[in-house]
Design a binder for this molecule. Structure first.
Ligand code: NAD
Length: 487
């Protein structure tokens, strides 16, 4: 009979690794242009597994000529077969893609985890099902656009250039491609340089779904490829840019497109406040705080990176939180029991380390549970800072890592002032038993999404997007259609 663990001791877990073979990785991947995979005219680079720094595959990046060819193919499809197709027909393609993502779900989840470093349970249970759900949702809109509230016969913009980050590679591709196709646009999409694989497998799915050539083009590459796509929009060859990434690059893109007729939507950074009142169910709040900042190693634009806790419950909450952090399993992302996986790149790890060190240097108190980190790969222990003031860099700057800054407040008014004291405005969380307080806080918080007694809940039917330096435009829901319709 198994021995009962001593009180307070952690359960022992046997390793439970998902099989890497499920990924069916190929030695090399190519850009997808005009319905064909073909050698890119850019460099060939190796994409690595951030959990052990070993190469996964070689990826041929796109060059300037590929961007021109992709844009020309997308234009031909927008003016021709795709632009003329009925919404009901377009919807069938979207349904087909949604089903194929679900069918190849395990493979996509393993690929995502290998390329990104996120725990397999997250890519399996969150990223991939949500990506599929996004296509399902927008498939349903394709033949109902006249009832979406944008006029009786809304028209597509034409060609959309889309640039996405590395933190939810497949999901961000779905957020971008599904509404664009549903509304009759064609797409030139660039995945992030460190996570190109799942978008290229999505290209295989799109090819197998028999989407007409040129409707979706996928161009792996770095910032120069993103810049080239934006330049094509500035010169009028692309009608719309949809960008998700850092605020700095978002500003650069906005400057490049100033004065052009290209439409733009930006989903940028965040520094969300997760606000816990003294009447909140504390155990539930602890789960929400953990999910808010340690999900995907904190590499989430809407992460609840600032915990605002009412002073009277601060000690109790921090104690509970520390106890819970002690149970998080950090390590091999392919292990089904892992809660916190690898940071996506050496560069991102260096950025997190630098900001955490600034927290200590500026006088905040750093705490992390005892946990043995793997010796290879990019890992950072889940970390908590108390004694944080609003002036500290860790309270102001987006860390994009598993680091929580704790601040306190006494009154709802003070909580609002502190929560809104940021250039960002993407999301916020409120924990309280009082419905009226939830509504009043939600009215006053300058954040695109406000979660009540939960955090990081996503659904394709619900719009997502920011205020202020977190960007503009909405993705998801009926609102997400607007970004791709002429008006
Ligand atoms: P990043 O801005 O450096 O890169 C994002 C994408 O833009 C990548 O594909 C990159 O190659 C490309 N890019 C870089 N420079 C470019 C340029 N000059 N022109 C065109 N494209 C360019 O950001 P990152 O470090 O990859 O991602 C992390 C950031 O993204 C964080 O700040 C995070 O908050 C933000 N983000 C926001 C959301 C959201 O929905 N609001 C979602 C995920 C990530």
């Amino acid at each position: 009979m198994a021995k009962k663990p001593a009180k307070g001791a952690k359960f022992e877990y046997a390793p439970a690794p998902e099989s890497r073979d499920i990924a069916r990785l190929k030695p090399s991947y190519q850009p997808y242009i005009n319905g064909q995979f073909r050698d890119g005219t850019g460099e060939a680079v190796k994409t690595i597994n951030p959990a052990d720094e070993t190469p996964l595959a070689e990826v041929g990046e796109a060059g300037e000529k590929d961007v021109d060819d992709a844009v020309a193919a997308a234009r031909e499809a927008a003016d021709g077969v795709w632009g003329r197709m009925s919404g009901a027909e377009r919807g069938k393609y979207l349904f087909r893609i949604a089903r194929a993502i679900a069918e190849r779900g395990r493979e996509l989840a393993v690929i995502e985890t290998l390329d990104n470093g996120k725990p397999i349970k997250e890519s399996r249970d969150v990223d991939v099902p949500l990506a599929s759900a996004h296509f399902f949702y927008y498939a349903g809109w394709a033949d109902k656009l006249g009832y979406a509230g944008f006029g009786p016969n809304p028209q597509p913009l034409g060609v959309a250039g889309q640039v996405i980050p590395w933190n939810f590679p497949l999901l961000m591709a779905a957020w971008k491609i599904a509404p664009a196709l549903a509304t009759g646009n064609t797409v030139v999409l660039k995945p992030a340089e460190t996570t190109p694989l799942s978008a290229l497998v999505l290209a295989e799915i799109i090819a197998e779904a028999d989407l007409p050539p040129g409707v979706v083009n996928i161009l792996p590459g770095g910032p120069s490829v993103g810049q080239a796509i934006v330049d094509r929009a500035a010169s009028g060859a692309i009608d719309k840019i949809a960008f998700t990434g850092s605020t700095d690059v978002g500003k650069l893109i906005q400057r490049t497109l100033a004065g052009s007729s290209a439409r733009l939507s930006l989903e940028l950074g965040g520094k969300a406040a997760n606000i816990v009142f003294d009447d909140a169910p504390l155990d539930q709040a602890v789960e929400g705080i953990v999910n808010g900042i340690y999900f995907n190693q904190g590499q989430v634009c809407c992460a609840g990176s600032r915990l605002l806790v009412q002073e009277s419950i601060q000690d109790e909450l921090i104690q509970k939180l520390k106890r819970r952090l002690g149970t998080l399993r950090v390590g091999d992302p392919m292990d089904k029991n892992t809660d916190v996986g690898a940071i996506n790149s050496a560069g991102q790890l260096a950025k997190i380390r630098e900001l955490a060190e600034s927290g200590e240097a500026e006088g905040a108190t750093r705490w992390a549970p005892e946990c043995a980190l793997p010796t290879k790969g990019f890992f950072f222990a889940p970390t908590l800072f108390t004694g944080v003031s609003q002036a500290h860099r860790i309270a102001r700057e987006e860390i994009f890592g598993p680091v929580l800054s704790v601040l306190s407040f006494r009154t709802p008014g003070e909580a609002i002032e502190k929560a809104n004291n940021t250039p960002y405005g993407l999301s916020a969380g409120v924990w309280t038993e009082k419905g009226s307080r939830i509504l009043s806080m939600a009215n006053q918080l300058r954040a695109g999404v406000v979660w009540a007694n939960t955090f990081n809940r996503f659904d394709p039917t619900s719009p997502f997007g920011g205020y202020k330096e977190s960007g503009f435009g909405r993705e998801g829901g009926r609102h997400g259609l607007e970004a791709y319709l002429a008006h």
